[in-house]
Design a protein around this ligand. Structure first.
Ligand SMILES: Cc1cc2nc3c(=O)[nH]c(=O)nc-3n(C[C@H](O)[C@H](O)[C@H](O)COP(=O)(O)OP(=O)(O)OC[C@H]3O[C@@H](n4cnc5c(N)ncnc54)[C@H](O)[C@@H]3O)c2cc1C
Length: 449
């Protein structure tokens, strides 16, 4: 068998089902120009991917393979590769957003496409109700998933033996006249700027996580507690396989609250798979937000005048990350206090989050907006001041990201009226009065039910 092994969201050699298929193989990774051309030149994700693709290339070398890096439109590239090498099949792990599905469909018209299950714990048809239909509520999905987990086997996969296709006979990877070309192994070849990022080994992160598990449930919402795994980007790009992670954690006595979050990740991808229009459209309520460029700009520039919101946006812009609790507070403020379309907020996060994942982001935004499948009830509007008072009592998080507020006592930062009265010279006054804004939002949703 002659196989094209296409690495995408599975940038690792360990426990990768792609490597369980042997024979004559050509492993590839494609820097997809359809995606790259929409990104800013200093996009952190390109540096992140570049780091792990380089690592994967080294790992595959140890297995006698070589990862070919390609640049261009995946469908065109695979068409040309197939014309040159006559593969029996292309193999890749599932990728389920609308763009990925269309791309894969087009590739499947060129040659046989073997789709593997890797990214999530469960296949999309594995956790179903007794009548065979999908769950639309998280709690029953979770209960069923937990039952199924007990019988699931997460043993390490065995790699097949491979022979690398002798690429030399076509000279394709040094041939520039094709619509794709082999890359010089530098990020600048992609037209991007290298951004320096900190990388910890997976083992370091997993060992740290094991120490955190006992207090994870109680501490994960506190902004300065460092109580979570910081593994979302590694999971997003498959640098760690979710099966590997479960192997490490399932027997741990305090792992359940953490596994619950992993199952949220599964649930959101499952919902997007079963209801694809969720990617852009509401499931509930006819209210689509009110487009207001000025409000949106203030938000994007961290000038809302609400400390916890501006701190969150600054964290995102500077690091590519935002604490989960702050993501929830920000998304609620954006859709309820500012009444902006959730799709705008989703797009803003999509631009900057290192762990950006279509399913998790869209479904979380729809949850916060109250428009999703199993959303936050529309009448529950987070009070950003009470949230910061509870989860950032000493305002350490706020002050870290907004040094202009360093000298202000925390009690002012957690109270709308007192903060407003301070008349600060170097920090804007709040764009909205939270209590009034929340009342208006609830009225609007009531009418659109
Ligand atoms: C508005 C909004 C947008 C979000 N966008 C994304 C996104 O684009 N990509 C993304 O990976 N997560 C997203 N999340 C979920 C969550 O904020 C991040 O997964 C989490 O902050 C990552 O930190 P961690 O790895 O330390 O999480 P941990 O608490 O250690 O959780 C472990 C893993 O579970 C998964 N997870 C945790 N919470 C959630 C959740 N609520 N929904 C889905 N998966 C979860 C992640 O893969 C995470 O790495 C979003 C949440 C909100 C409220």
């Amino acid at each position: 068998m002659r196989r094209l092994l296409w690495f995408r969201r599975d940038l690792r050699s360990e426990d990768n089902p792609l490597l369980c298929f042997g024979g004559e193989v050509l492993p590839i990774f494609i820097f997809d120009t359809n995606i790259l051309q929409k990104l800013q030149k200093d996009d952190k994700r390109v540096s992140y991917i570049f780091h792990y693709v380089s690592k994967l290339k080294e790992e595959l070398r140890l297995l006698g393979l070589d990862l070919k890096l390609l640049y261009g439109d995946p469908v065109a590239i695979i068409k040309e590769l197939h014309a040159l090498y006559s593969f029996d099949e292309v193999i890749a792990s599932g990728d389920y957003d609308a763009y990925a599905k269309q791309r894969d469909l087009e590739v499947s018209h060129i040659l046989h496409f073997r789709y593997l299950h890797d990214t999530y714990i469960f296949k999309h048809d594995a956790v179903l109700k007794d009548d065979g239909t999908p769950y639309y509520l998280f709690t029953p999905f979770y209960k069923k998933a937990l039952q199924l987990l007990q019988n699931k086997n997460f043993k390490a996969l065995h790699l097949a033996s491979h022979t690398l296709i002798d690429e030399a006979y076509k000279g394709i990877f040094s041939f520039d006249g094709l619509r794709f070309r082999a890359l010089a192994f530098r990020i600048e070849s992609l037209g991007f700027i290298a951004v320096s990022l900190e990388f910890q080994t997976l083992q370091t992160k997993i060992e740290a996580l094991k120490q955190k598990l006992q207090n994870y449930k109680e501490q994960r919402d506190f902004l300065d507690a460092d109580a979570t795994s910081h593994l979302s980007s590694e999971l997003r790009f498959g640098v760690i396989g979710v099966r590997q992670l479960l192997r490490e954690l399932l027997s741990h006595p305090h792992s359940e609250p953490f596994i619950r979050q992993l199952l949220f990740r599964d649930f959101y991808a499952y919902l997007l798979f079963h209801i694809p229009y969720l990617e852009t459209k509401n499931y509930k309520y006819g209210f689509n937000g009110i487009e207001d460029i000025k409000k949106y700009q203030n938000f994007c520039e961290a000038k809302t005048g609400v400390p916890i919101i501006d701190a969150g946006v600054r964290e995102l812009l500077s690091s590519g990350d935002m604490h989960n609790r702050v993501r929830m507070i920000v998304a609620s403020f954006f859709t309820k206090d500012l009444l902006l379309p959730w799709q705008w907020g989703e797009a803003f996060f999509a631009k900057y989050l290192l762990d950006y994942d279509k399913a998790s982001n869209v479904l979380s935004w729809q949850w916060s907006a109250g428009t999703g499948v199993d959303p936050q009830p529309y009448f529950r509007v987070f009070n950003p001041y009470l949230q910061s008072k509870k989860f950032d009592k000493e305002a350490l998080y706020i002050k870290r990201h907004i040094p202009e507020l360093q000298h202000i006592e925390p009690k002012y930062l957690h109270d709308e009226v007192s903060l407003f009265a301070l008349n600060l010279a170097d920090y804007p006054k709040s764009m909205v009065h939270h209590k009034e804004a929340a009342k208006i939002a609830v009225e609007i949703f009531k009418k659109k039910m």
